[in-house]
Design a protein. Structure first.
Length: 314
């Protein structure tokens, strides 16, 4: 593996800072979490001695790095259909459609959003996962932000890790939710089914907030704010409360058609073959201007049609 070797002498303006913070100021193209990993892996020394991320550095200290070169994506560009809501020299904001995997993985070697992004901008080949900093499930629709350069990539990752990115969703649940609330649990890989996640005492902290926007005879429309971003978090949390998302065959089991449902509504519910979940709004500090920006994606056509039918037959 090719290594990057760099040396820095701590100046007065960095003196007294934690090592990871000082290096982040010196290397703004890299996220603080990545710098912390390098330090913990023994790839950074201070005055020729191994160090810790939290230790302080002082004027005249010599910091040496011997770190792996940035890995770039080897995925190929492909013509993939998705809408671009906004773009500038630093970011691309997309509206991800349903039935589109975000990045290649086992079972999906291509035909992903990453492949489509590379076709849109070949420079993304130089970034990890073509600039993807967060993801949506294959059948979840809505707004995502993509970095167009390494500085924006590191900035957005740091924003996400510090929980400064505001992620707002809308969803339809099976069952009438009594009231909004906050859910705070651990989430980890399901012990029997490795393709699923589950609530676990020893899992990674997951925090979801939601409010009830409208109640129907057998379903609810809810607004959701994510404080953390665990895999399948919203789907797992709502199923844990016994209000799985409408259409979610993984966490909601076989589709339940409630007794007494309007006969005109029944086939529309049965034909909705994905989780009724949409990433509606994304707000964050822009990596260049540092101003708060907000982007909203309209509901996907199938979600909007189902919602209109629920209102019509309520």
């Amino acid at each position: 593996m090719k290594l990057i070797q760099q040396s820095f002498q701590i100046e007065n303006q960095q003196a007294g800072n934690r090592l990871d913070h000082a290096l982040h100021l010196l290397l703004p193209d890299y996220s603080r979490s990545r710098i912390q990993q390098w330090i913990q892996q023994g790839l950074v020394t201070v005055n020729d001695e191994l160090c810790k991320p939290r230790q302080k550095v002082y004027s005249g200290d010599l910091v040496d790095l011997d770190v792996p070169e940035q890995v770039i994506t080897s995925d190929q560009p492909q013509a993939i259909k998705f809408d671009i809501l906004y773009q500038d020299e630093d970011i691309i904001v997309v509206n991800k459609p349903s039935n589109l995997v975000v990045h290649p993985a086992a079972g999906h070697p291509d035909g992903t959003l990453v492949n489509g992004l590379l076709a849109h901008d070949s420079r993304l080949q130089q970034l990890p996962r073509a600039g993807i900093v967060h993801r949506l499930d294959k059948d979840t629709t809505g707004v995502m932000v993509v970095a167009r350069n390494l500085t924006a990539h590191s900035w957005l990752i740091d924003q996400l890790q510090q929980r400064l990115v505001k992620r707002e969703y809308v969803a339809l649940t099976q069952g009438v939710v009594t009231a909004g609330r906050s859910i705070e649990t651990g989430i980890g890989r399901h012990p029997q089914n490795r393709k699923k996640m589950s609530v676990q005492a020893g899992g990674k902290l997951a925090i979801t907030h939601f409010q009830v926007a409208r109640k129907f005879n057998h379903y609810s429309l809810i607004n959701i704010q994510l404080e953390t971003g665990r895999t399948h978090q919203i789907r797992v949390h709502m199923a844990h409360l016994n209000y799985p998302l409408l259409g979610d065959g993984v966490y909601g089991g076989r589709a339940r058609i409630p007794a007494g449902i309007d006969t005109a509504l029944q086939p529309l519910v049965q034909d909705f073959k994905r989780q009724a979940l949409h990433a509606q709004r994304l707000s964050f500090e822009h990596p260049r201007s540092h101003e708060m920006v907000s982007f909203e994606a309209p509901l996907a056509e199938d979600f909007e049609s189902l919602l209109e039918a629920l209102i019509r037959y309520d």
